[in-house]
Design a protein around this ligand. Structure first.
Ligand SMILES: CC[C@@H](C(=O)O)C(=O)SCCNC(=O)CCNC(=O)[C@H](O)C(C)(C)COP(=O)(O)OP(=O)(O)OC[C@H]1O[C@@H](n2cnc3c(N)ncnc32)[C@H](O)[C@@H]1OP(=O)(O)O
Ligand SMILES: [Co+2]
Length: 139
């Protein structure tokens, strides 16, 4: 059911330092986006385009950030989630729920302006998974 790997997310306590590491050492400046604040998701993001996929660097934003607890447990940051593309998010949700995988909340518009939803890491082998619909309309 899942398709292309859309992004690999890395949580960091210091987005500026993480982005600079990619800009100066690991990637080229052109591959590293400007920071984008997404208050509705409780994060600020920087994307690093690696050609075949993207890295999503995540820093907490606001009191209720879903990555705050993760950073308490992993103060230096770390691998946070994998995001895979699906053609129809509603179909994907029905399918994973039928397998007993917990879907975290309702679909929302994600960093790319497309609907996304998260699956509980305890039901996915210890990996937090994000599903992103490939276009604004399903199919
Ligand atoms: C930028 C927008 C969007 C996009 O378009 O790309 C994003 O990516 S937003 C990214 C941030 N948003 C989210 O992460 C939303 C979904 N996350 C959640 O709902 C919660 O964070 C969570 C996964 C349910 C965890 O929250 P909570 O239960 O409150 O925290 P715990 O610390 O108690 O975790 C329970 C259990 O799960 C383990 N865990 C937590 N996070 C991860 C993780 N990222 N990867 C693997 N495992 C994780 C945690 O360790 C706990 O396990 P135990 O310690 O064994 O109890
Ligand atoms: Co993501």
């Amino acid at each position: 059911m899942i398709g292309r790997l859309n992004h690999i997310a890395i949580a960091t306590p210091d987005l500026q330092a993480a982005a600079q590491r990619y800009r100066d050492c690991l990637a080229s400046p052109a591959q590293v986006s400007a920071p984008l604040a997404l208050p509705e998701h409780g994060v600020t993001t920087v994307f690093v385009d690696t050609g075949n996929t993207k890295l999503e660097l995540l820093e907490p934003l606001g009191e209720q950030s879903p990555i705050a607890k993760f950073l308490e447990k992993n103060p230096e940051g770390g691998l946070h989630h994998l995001c895979f593309e699906v053609p129809d998010l509603a179909v994907a949700i029905t399918t994973v729920k039928a397998s007993g995988i917990r879907v975290l909340g309702e679909p929302r518009i994600g960093a790319h302006g497309l609907p996304v939803v998260f699956l509980h890491p305890k039901d996915c082998g210890g990996v937090l998974m994000e599903l992103e619909q490939t276009s604004a309309t399903a199919g």
